[in-house]
Ligand binder design. Structure first.
Ligand code: SAM
Length: 243
């Protein structure tokens, strides 16, 4: 998958390029991640990318022209021959909530352009003309779209085939099957008087599987009952919930 991010702070993306699963996906060529800086498309000596808002008020607004050119460059950087034009996603507190399903869907795109805003936001005309989708990572306002873009990249990389090691599987994580994940334990068996649940030491794979499923169901019911609303449970899941 090829991702290009339009950002005034390209160096922030070193955080995911150099570490963890995203870093490994980049090293192994499962992902390419580049950045395009709108400042490189300015013509004045101050490399101005923002201006005062029409109508007055506090803060500055990102100008259309440098962003439009940066987006063209970003699309070109990730476009594949014979493929559809890459989707442009603007990270915005006003976007649809970014979630598991959206991460899975975006991971199936061959190329993607992410647009990170700054200041009070971006001139609306750019958004109307150039953006396919707006995504929010939560109901709060960040000072820039870079962290949100990194959240999106990190979440969708987990669904790229081969990105997770054999020992890990996105299919068992929270939300993958509509439930929260079960609790996990590792050595020692006893810590500060608290024992690992006996079933996990039993070696009985079927008992472990049922225990994990029961834990997932109970957690989901107590922490995120909304995930179970309108959901058809299997006979086994109904039985485990009732126990
Ligand atoms: N004035 C805007 C508003 O109230 O809707 C907020 C602008 S914010 C200070 C600057 C940039 O941060 C936005 O253009 C957007 O790219 C990014 N941003 C802020 N909060 C975000 C969120 N919850 N999800 C995704 N991006 C966000």
């Amino acid at each position: 998958m090829r991702i290009s991010v339009v950002t005034l702070f390209p160096e922030m993306f070193d955080a995911i390029a150099d570490h963890g699963i995203t870093g490994r996906a980049l090293n192994e060529g499962l992902l390419s991640l580049e950045t395009v800086n709108p400042r490189d498309f300015t013509e004045d000596r101050h490399r101005t990318v923002d201006d005062r808002p029409y109508g007055g008020g506090p803060g500055m607004v990102m100008k259309v022209a440098p962003l439009a050119q940066a987006l063209t460059a970003a699309r070109r950087a990730v476009a594949g021959q014979g493929e559809a034009v890459p989707r442009v996603v603007y990270l915005s507190p006003q976007g649809k909530p970014f979630n598991h399903d959206r991460a899975v869907a975006l991971s199936r795109e061959s190329a993607l352009v992410l647009l990170a805003g700054r200041y009070e936001g971006i001139d609306e005309r750019l958004l109307e003309q150039e953006v396919d989708e707006e995504l929010s990572i939560g109901d709060y306002v960040l000072s820039g779209g870079e962290l949100a873009a990194m959240v999106v990249v990190d979440a969708l990389v987990r669904f790229l085939p081969g990105a997770l090691g054999h020992e890990q599987s996105a299919a068992e994580d929270s939300f993958a099957n509509g439930l929260l994940d079960c609790p996990h334990y590792t050595r020692p068996e006893v810590f500060a008087g608290h024992r690992v649940p006996e079933v996990l030491l039993s070696g009985d794979h079927e008992r472990v599987r049922r225990w994990r499923l029961a834990q997932s169901l109970a957690r989901t019911l107590s922490r995120r009952p909304d995930l179970l609303e309108g959901r058809q449970l299997s006979d086994e899941q109904e039985q485990l919930l009732a126990e």
